[in-house]
Design a protein around this ligand. Sequence first.
Ligand code: 2RA
Length: 330
Amino acid sequence: MKIAVVGATGLVGTVMLKVLEERNFPLTELIPVASEKSVGKEITFKGKKYAVVSMDTAISMRPDIALFSAGGSTSLAEAPRFAEVGTTVIDNSSAWRMDPSKKLVVPEVNASELSADDKIIANPNCSTIQMVVALKPLHDKYKIKRVVVSTYQSVTGTGVKAVEQLMNERKGITDGPMAYAYPIDLNVIPQIDVFQDNGYTKEEMKMILETQKIMGDNNIKVTATTVRIPVMGGHSESVNIEFENDFDVTEVKNLLANTEGIILVDDPANLKYPMPKDAHEKDEVFVGRIRRDESLPNTLNMWIVADNLRKGAATNAVQIAEYLVKKQLV
Ligand code: 2RA
């Protein structure tokens, strides 16, 4: 199994390599790929050094799977070239997510949609992934009518420049490069990505549209407010869910605790709830603060946290690859 990691020197690409290594992915050959300026640089994988190669070199090597995290325009241009030589691309950008001919996959939710014909598979947006992992078992049992989500998103979701901005501001450096329009340290920015004509941001629309596509149900109503906060370890979400059917809170907790990929941290008496500092570098989705919304019938509140570079990006992509290998779809 030849695996290419496209964008191998970036923030998500680096985590993809780490996750492949940690999970002992059954690869026989690793092909790290990056833009021309990084070609020749070395990366270390399982104690062995690999030289970064160009896109053309990687395509000529015909990898079985290419994990892409190189931005939307690179993906639009290069993913079809890999697909043409028979590679299955798993793409972390937003380029293909809403293309009706492409699958948008969170393995715990809809991996069964995948077939050997899917040559470009989209990895969803980070904040959407962690939410749908927790929504799926509840939708199956109680049928979701509407979701109201507010996010508290880590600067790592923006990239290296944002991490630098936060760290510089922490050190009192105020004239460094800015990833955001405003300072992020000691601040909260209620804007993630660009504004759309309807007043929502692109990130908010991703949460709405991607949730419906992954869950395979356009009747699920979603509204979102996405917010950037000065945190590194992961994204947090306050989620209010209205169901068609009533539920029992203990049953909800048990259901989530027994769902693959979820860790329930819900013990208010002992001040236990999920926090990004605990989710950092973990592959699971952490859920807590589960309680009935007493202002509406059949409605629940909960708090969902995950490392956005792991389950929100690299881990989800590697899990898709693992599924393809297990089901012999590559
Ligand atoms: C963010 N959704 O956190 C992005 C990353 N994919 O900004």
